[in-house]
Ligand binder design. Structure first.
Ligand code: BES
Ligand code: MN
Ligand code: ZN
Length: 498
């Protein structure tokens, strides 16, 4: 997929800008805001006619193409509904309408006259960032294992006329940020969409090396099973024990800040296929367990965005990659394993494997003396029951970290919902035969999973994100790249005093 380039311009005083398509956002009040300066008399007349005939009302989601012989070659009317100052919800809808309308058109370039839309001062940068991110992600197509490519928009450049409302330089910065975040989201989607026979733990390790070659500030180290055994990562290794695929612990270290700055650490669950192991899953939708490395994919996508944005902070991405399979060498229900932290774990259900790989990765994270540690995992089916697909579940004891992640979720519209992590739930994971059991019984499954992780993160500023519901869609099937946008926003917020 060729990337779409975004360029902001101030075209408010010229009708002589040549374009294949002038995109004009309109409200549902039938008014034409200052088109005189953008379009000539004939074109303005055509727009008026389309409204008069009732072909276009400016209703939210509506779009209408007018073909001309001159310049512009086309006028694309896009509706955003309620007149007056536009809110963020309407902006998101407008961006969606613009992409939907542009996608089938045979054009290389288009000019969006955004200056005709009344934006609140606080939303101007945001709107441009969202526009570039949305169009970048909307134009992603999974191609890798298809013999015939899927159609994407032919568009190569979108010019955004911002008028005098916002300086062109800062508008271009916002567009660039949005595009880079969108590309991070797309990279996460691509990795998560890859089938389990391609995307193995060793494949993920090679992808990390590939990513590190894009920036001199990004270095990668890979721990193989031998190294993990030396470190005592018995919990992580118990998950890959039944698989022909060796586990990998992947560490991506981005040094954008000062050497003494404590890093922000992201830890991703990277189960490249989760069959359930000896506690085998039922057959229905089992293919979707290739997405069980969605947390890892989001760490990759965020590391890519952070390094492309060249953020002035230190960020470390850790991916615990393993395949969960049944075999004669697999871990069995009732087996007791010893984690790197020294705590013993009774594996009552081999399908509760995410917490087993994460606990050792979280223990490993301590050596970096992190400012914060955030793990991201498609951890529990119970999370999908609780929240569905719209929110990622957020667990943390740290109220400041919770607020920062909730804020980043709102800002990026990649939202989290805070769940309890009360001590009352802890006794559900007590075991008679080990320090901890890996399952907590029928009630509050996503909470007891978080409780399990909390036993390995004492003294850290730590948050857990259960993305079981948000990481992929089932119809049509595909990875969402969440929560790359939220995580990147969280890290961007660390670079600006807010
Ligand atoms: N990867 C799954 C969680 C999952 C299931 C995510 C369905 C999205 C959709 C995880 O490894 C798992 O199997 N969890 C078990 C835990 C249980 C055995 C305590 C679950 O949720 O059923
Ligand atoms: Mn499982
Ligand atoms: Zn899993």
């Amino acid at each position: 997929m060729p990337a779409i380039a975004f360029t902001a311009k101030n075209l408010s005083d010229t009708a002589r800008h040549t374009t294949q398509c002038a995109i004009i956002p309109l409200a549902s009040d039938g008014k034409l805001p200052g088109l005189g300066k953008l379009l000539d008399k004939t074109s303005t007349g055509l727009v008026k006619e389309a409204i008069k005939l009732g072909d276009f009302s400016g209703k939210e989601g509506q779009h209408q193409l007018l073909t001309l012989a001159g310049n512009p070659q086309r006028i694309l009317l896009v509706g955003y509904g309620k007149p007056g100052s536009i809110d963020r919800k309407a902006i998101r809808s407008l961006c969606n309408t613009i992409y939907t309308a542009l996608k089938p058109l045979n054009l290389k370039e288009a000019t969006l006259h955004l200056n005709t839309v009344k934006l609140k001062a606080a939303d101007r940068q945001w709107c441009l960032g969202f526009l570039a991110r949305h169009i970048t992600t909307a134009n992603y197509r999974y191609q890798r294992t298809l013999s015939k490519p899927k159609k994407a928009a032919k568009l190569a450049r979108l010019i955004v006329n911002v008028g005098n409302d916002i300086p062109v330089a800062s508008a271009n910065r916002a567009l660039k940020t949005g595009k880079l975040v969108g590309e991070g989201v797309n990279s996460a989607r691509e990795l998560a969409n890859l089938p389990g026979n391609i995307c193995t733990p060793t494949y993920l390790a090679s992808e990390a090396r590939k990513l590190s070659r894009r920036s001199s500030k990004l270095s990668v180290s890979i721990l193989d099973e031998k190294k993990m055994r030396e470190l005592g990562m018995g919990a992580l290794l118990s998950v890959s024990a039944g698989s022909q695929q060796e586990a990998r612990l992947i560490v991506m270290n981005f040094k954008g800040g000062k050497a003494k700055d404590a890093p922000y650490v992201l830890v991703g669950k990277g189960i490249t296929f989760d069959s359930g192991g000896i506690s085998l899953k039922p057959g229905a939708k089992m293919d979707e367990m290739k997405f069980d490395m969605g947390g890892a994919a989001s760490v990759f996508g965020t590391m890519q965005a952070v390094s492309e944005l060249d953020l002035p902070i230190n960020v470390i991405g850790i991916v615990a990659a393993a395949e969960n399979m049944p075999s004669g060498t697999a871990t069995k229900p009732g087996d007791v394993v010893t984690s790197m932290a020294g705590k013993t774990i009774e594996v009552l259900n081999t399908d509760a494997e995410g917490r087993l790989v994460l606990c050792d990765a979280l223990t490993y994270a301590r050596r970096f003396k992190p400012a914060t540690v955030i793990d991201i995992a498609t951890l529990t089916g119970a999370c999908v029951v609780a929240l569905g697909s719209h929110a990622s579940a957020l667990f943390t004891r740290d109220d400041a970290l919770a607020q920062a992640l909730l804020d980043a979720g709102e800002e990026s519209h990649d939202r989290n919902w805070r769940m309890p992590l009360w001590d009352d739930y802890q006794r559900q994971i007590n075991s008679n035969f080990a320090d901890i059991a890996n399952i907590g019984g029928p009630g509050g499954g996503s909470i007891t999973a978080a409780c399990f992780l909390s036993r390995f993160t004492e003294g850290l500023s730590w948050a857990h994100l259960d993305i079981a519901g948000s990481a992929w869609d089932s119809t049509p099937k595909g990875a969402t790249g969440r929560p790359v946008a939220m995580l990147t926003q969280y890290l961007i917020d660390k670079t600006t005093a807010r």
